[in-house]
Design a protein around this ligand. Structure first.
Ligand code: SF4
Ligand code: FES
Length: 354
């Protein structure tokens, strides 16, 4: 099959993070600081990615500001002609640091928030973070860069949805992503404590709809649904190995950020192979590309070009088979797995990320 070049690179510079969010989708086992790629490793990754065709680089983590070489990496990616986005908690973003990053070519900042009020947000972050985020947002706006606010929604903050939208307006965000929790990595162990209730989801819909129409032209709002409640799965990654690649802090190259959970995949590392060889030729990227891997019902389904059979990580985590139809799908013979989870009583204990 024809394989197109990737458009985006998610560069997970480090797993170190000052926050302890219980919905963290990073793996349970984090990469240690000692195992992280060096500055020259990362500049090589960025150069190889650009040569491959990558135009957007998302510097992420953990907290990318924890890397002292962040500005050198931003400069390198910018000099290659890439659009560089910083995905940050905002902790550690000073005026001097931001000025430096902007002067080196940073184009966009995506800031996370955990709730609408200091009390709730700090509780969910497991740290005093809220005031830092307000300060970080003000710095980004003063710099003239576009600002996105990203809020992961779950049972413990859905009631603050209207307040979260107001917070984004107060911050002057150009874009607000309201993403119901996806259950990968650490978040999976908290699933029964994070799952929103049907009434929370029903209440959210008109609030989001009204905000989208009121703020049209001022702030773009993206709402990512709680897919366990949906009849069809999300078009995860717009297809496996189709548009984006992820490089983990230790150089492991992943077809999607959560793919290390699929224990049946053999993953390659940029320390051992060129990125182009991994993108085009590796068994991990080719495993679920296109449609040949699909079995029924996806193989002959009229929606296979719409959702690509759903999410491979979710299929693996819920059925043990990464090639299975995503069990979120109402046409999946394993949909009962999801229905049983939805029928479970909620958990009250939330395990904070350690
Ligand atoms: Fe998508 Fe497969 Fe479900 Fe069809 S059967 S809607 S392709 S997941
Ligand atoms: Fe990995 Fe969906 S999160 S394919």
């Amino acid at each position: 099959m024809d394989v197109n070049p990737p458009l985006g690179l998610l560069a997970e510079l480090t797993h170190r993070c000052p926050l302890h969010c219980p919905y963290c989708s990073n793996p349970v086992e984090l990469v240690s600081r000692a195992a992280e790629l060096s500055t020259s490793d990362w500049t090589s990754v960025l150069s190889q990615a650009r040569e491959l065709g990558v135009l957007q680089v998302h510097m992420s983590g953990g907290e990318p500001l924890a890397r002292p070489d962040l500005s050198a990496l931003v400069e390198h990616a910018g000099s290659l002609g890439c659009y560089v986005n910083l995905v940050t908690s905002g902790l550690g973003l000073t005026a001097a640091r931001l000025d430096d990053l902007v002067s080196r070519g940073l184009a966009h900042v995506q800031l996370s928030a955990q709730g609408a009020t200091r009390e709730r947000a700090d509780l969910l972050a497991g740290a005093r973070a809220f005031d830092h985020k307000l300060a970080a947002a003000a710095l980004v706006k003063a710099s003239g860069l576009p600002l996105s606010l990203n809020v992961v929604l779950h049972r413990r903050n859905h009631d603050q949805l209207a307040g979260i939208i107001e917070l984004a307006e107060r911050m002057g965000a150009d874009r607000l992503e309201l993403a119901n929790t996806q259950y990968y990595g650490w978040a999976l162990r908290n699933r029964e404590a994070l799952m929103p209730t049907p009434s929370q989801l029903a209440a959210a819909e008109p609030v989001v709809r009204a905000a989208v129409s009121r703020l049209r032209g001022t702030m773009e709002i993206v709402y990512v649904v709680a897919d366990y409640y949906e009849p069809y799965p999300k078009p995860c990654m717009y297809g496996w190995g189709a548009r984006q690649l992820t490089v983990a802090p230790d150089g492991t190259v992943l077809p999607c950020p959560a793919a290390s959970a699929i224990s049946t995949l053999t993953l390659d590392n940029v320390r051992e192979k060129p990125l182009a060889e991994i993108w085009y030729g590796s068994s991990s990227f080719n495993a679920y590309r296109g449609e040949d891997w699909m079995s029924e019902p996806c193989r002959t389904c009229d929606r296979r070009g719409v959702d690509f059979g759903g999410c491979r990580c979710q299929a693996f985590l819920l059925t043990g088979d990464a090639a299975a139809t995503d069990p979120v799908c109402s046409r999946s013979p394993r949909r009962s797995v999801v229905d049983l989870i939805l029928a479970r009583p909620p958990e009250s204990d939330l395990v904070m990320r350690r």
